[in-house]
Design a protein around this ligand. Structure first.
Ligand code: T5A
Length: 221
């Protein structure tokens, strides 16, 4: 008789730039693996693919692209990893994801050039996270962290707009105070992640459907 493998969880860390997402994703995977829970980190944008290399050139200001074109490339970068995400989750691996569709929607929307519905549409149908943690950090603290200002989007006015847009997007995120020290944060986040892994049990992985999203302000751009 074949043994049914319990699926892994899809956990996303979101937040403004330099809020510590990458650091926490790496630490979480280490801690989960040390507890013998199979876990891997993936990051968006994934700059290692051919689509990701265009995104990297755009972010480092090597090339310019129209806002809609770069938005669709960020989304395509998620879709090219979608089969792998499903495969890993079904094989029992928990994925800790550094940014996801929410960043895609919010960063383009904060440019105030495209309406929210247009930003959301390409994300519909991607695997829906079991948990989204939002790392919240003040603009002042963010700007003091290493490397801030190196890439496109890393300026205080735009990050302020990004923060406000994230706030309007959904009530479903669990907010985390990202100003705490790294190990305290990892302990806090690990506790929530372990509960999620326990709770998913036999629940199937859902799909994102932004047509149902709870947008707090209907005229949001
Ligand atoms: N984007 C992204 C879109 O426009 N559309 C999309 O669809 C997607 C997915 C690049 C840009 O692309 C945009 C958003 C971004 O502007 P990225 O590759 O995630 O996205 O950007 P990165 O520059 O790699 O990462 P971030 O700027 O988001 O930084 P992190 O991951 O939040 O922070 P991290 O962990 O690298 O830490 C930053 C610094 O702070 C320190 C670290 O040591 C490091 O120096 N630090 C702390 N210091 C004190 N206390 C703590 N608790 C700390 N945690 C970390």
């Amino acid at each position: 008789m074949t043994k049914t493998v319990k699926r892994g969880a899809l956990i996303v860390l979101e937040g403004c730039d330099r809020s510590g997402k990458s650091t926490q994703c790496t630490k979480l995977v280490e801690r989960l693996n040390s507890l013998k829970i199979p876990a891997k980190k993936i990051s968006f944008p994934d700059r290692t693919t051919s689509i990701g290399s265009i995104i990297d050139k755009y972010l480092s200001r090597e090339i310019d692209l129209p806002d809609r074109a770069i938005h669709l490339l960020f989304s395509a970068n998620r879709w090219e990893l979608e089969p792998e995400i499903r495969k890993q989750i079904q094989s029992g691996v928990t994925l800790i994801v550094d940014r996801y569709s929410y960043s895609g929607i919010v960063f383009t929307s904060a440019k105030k050039c495209v309406d929210l519905g247009w930003c959301c549409a390409p994300e519909n149908g991607l695997p829906k996270p079991d948990l989204v943690l939002f790392l919240k950090l003040s603009l002042e603290e963010m700007s003091k962290r290493g490397g801030f200002g190196n890439e496109r989007y890393e300026n205080i006015d735009f990050q302020n707009e990004v923060g406000k847009t994230f706030d309007k997007l959904t009530d479903d995120f669990i907010q985390i105070n990202a100003s705490k020290d790294i190990s305290t944060l990892t302990n806090n986040i690990l506790e929530i992640v372990l509960k999620t892994i326990d709770n998913i049990s036999c629940k199937p992985l859902k799909e994102l459907n932004f047509n149902e999203i709870k947008v707090k302000q209907s005229n949001m751009y």
